[in-house]
Ligand binder design. Structure first.
Ligand SMILES: Nc1ncnc2c1ncn2[C@@H]1O[C@H](COP(=O)(O)OP(=O)(O)OP(=O)(O)O)[C@@H](O)[C@H]1O
Ligand SMILES: [Mg+2]
Length: 465
């Protein structure tokens, strides 16, 4: 028995969308009020019931192998089945209701049901369904609950299956988590019972055709113009950069990659292709999870190794999460300077220890000191992103990896965020230069870029070291 059916069976018999019982009124309401209370929910229930009934019959009777991408044909089929059901069951509806119900049912069958208005809303960046009744969105960096619900676990499951099935992915009790993508590129993750105890859980990161630009980030106060000028110089001079953070990594990597000169051959490697580079010479590679039989996986690691044979000038890896980190470091150390990646860490030192752990995940028994030496010689700069108390995202440190002292990697902050206050729910502060010039300054100069000393907060006298 499919999980969908099981959930359906287990679902409580209570009609979906049943309103909570009203509290007993203090004083007897007048007659019209009593009528309104009694009739409105009943009419709504009857409508919902009709919609569910017609929809379920349609789904049961439709040919499951029908190619739902042929929208017009499918609409025609649904229309004739719909008319037949209404007639068979002697359901009389006005022209308007008939059309409205038809459109809703089509949205359920062909589209993503209650998710459609959330997907269409440009101000929403993320959609999270914790089971069918609790739906949250993120707007302007803030989480909020929305008044939208699925009818049942089964309803939400159906939508999840609709997303993953065309990609040849499966979600059921034996593989209860799945990563997928919507047609527009939005990234989807789903986890279902028995792993998710709240019921089917769906997270959608919306894909925007127009990603945030560096101008947006400057306007939001996420970075300063000086620090951007420095980072642009780093990228042009082919300095190896790692973006570290909890959120905003891909956005930032996209921006940094946009600074890569047009004549470089860029190879991007991601789990789900999110980077949107404008340069002409870009090769986009995407990893692939194993198929239903557990075969055919192409990991990020495989792709990094493969990329080395593709004459890359720059390798951009969306995110390092495991053993691919070792290959990335080796690429950075062997003539692919100017490569970039991101990783999940709370601060630059944490990023270094995460890198060490991830290198060990490659399964080579390398001594810690050897790994640190690789890290110190491969990575030049870590850009740290953080989410502030007020929900805003900022660059909180730009840190140079300077070398080794004994067993320890030495670092120096070139820019550091200084918080000066917290007013009206907003964090006040600035990303300030620390007065330290990077040791790789000569590489920037060699690339023909002359950064004014003031960028680093250095007066010209102190510059003459
Ligand atoms: N500086 C910023 N200010 C406001 N919103 C931002 C900023 N940076 C990113 N965002 C938004 O935050 C969301 C998440 O960003 P992004 O995809 O870059 O994060 P991520 O760290 O790559 O996440 P994940 O670890 O899930 O891959 C996106 O919708 C993006 O538009
Ligand atoms: Mg990302």
């Amino acid at each position: 028995m499919s999980l969908l059916r099981r959930i359906e069976k287990k679902a409580p018999a209570a009609a979906p969308g049943t309103p909570a019982p009203a509290a007993p009124p203090q004083a007897p309401p007048d007659e019209s009020e009593m009528q309104r209370r009694a009739v409105a929910p009943r009419a709504r229930d009857a409508y919902l019931d009709l919609k569910t009934r017609v929809q379920n019959r349609l789904i049961a009777e439709m040919d499951p192998s029908m190619d739902v991408t042929r929208t017009n044909e499918v609409r025609q089929t649904i229309r004739s089945m719909y008319e037949a059901i209404l007639q068979e069951e002697s359901i009389v509806l006005g022209r308007k209701e008939r059309e409205a119900l038809f459109e809703q049912i089509v949205a359920e069958i062909l589209g993503l049901g209650p998710l459609e208005p959330l997907l269409a809303d440009e101000s929403i960046t993320e959609i999270m369904c914790n089971g069918p009744k609790k739906v949250f969105v993120e707007r302007k960096g803030k989480l909020q609950r929305v008044n939208i619900a699925f009818e049942s676990d089964e309803h939400l499951m159906r939508i999840i299956e609709r997303i993953v099935a065309p990609l040849g992915r499966r979600i059921d009790e034996s593989s209860p988590t799945v990563d997928a993508r919507l047609k527009d590129g939005s990234r989807v993750n789903a986890v279902i019972p028995p792993i998710a105890l709240n019921g089917p859980t769906l997270t959608i990161r919306k894909f925007f055709k127009k990603p945030l630009t560096i101008e947006d980030l400057i306007r939001y106060g996420s970075v300063t113009e000086e620090s951007v000028e420095f980072m642009r110089a780093c990228v042009v001079a082919a300095v190896n950069v790692v973006v570290s953070g909890g959120t905003g990594k891909t956005t930032f990597l996209n921006i940094l990659s946009s600074f890569i000169p047009a004549n470089d051959r860029i190879i991007t490697i991601e789990n789900a292709a999110e980077l949107q580079l404008r340069q002409e010479h870009v090769v986009t590679l995407e990893s692939r999870p194993p198929n239903v039989e557990g075969k055919g996986e192409i990991s990020i690691r495989d792709l990094v190794i493969n990329a080395l044979r593709m004459r890359p000038d720059r390798i951009v890896v969306g995110e390092c999460r495991g053993g691919e980190t070792l290959d990335m470091l080796q690429a950075m150390n062997t003539g692919h300077e100017g490569s970039m990646t991101t990783l999940h860490a709370n601060d630059p030192r944490d990023a270094l220890s995460r890198i060490e752990t991830m290198v060990l995940m490659a399964g080579m028994e390398l001594p810690h000191k050897a790994i640190r030496e690789q890290v110190a010689s491969a990575i030049d700069v870590i850009v740290q992103l953080s989410r502030m108390r007020d929900g805003s995202r900022r660059v909180t440190a730009i840190t140079e990896i300077q070398g080794m002292e004994g067993d320890v990697i030495t670092t120096a902050d070139l820019f550091k965020f200084e918080q000066t206050g917290f007013e009206n729910g907003k964090v006040i502060g600035l990303l300030r230069p620390t007065g330290i010039r990077p040791k790789f300054m000569d590489r920037i100069e060699e690339a023909g870029i002359h950064l004014p000393a003031s960028i680093f907060g250095v007066t010209s006298q102190r510059m003459r070291f």
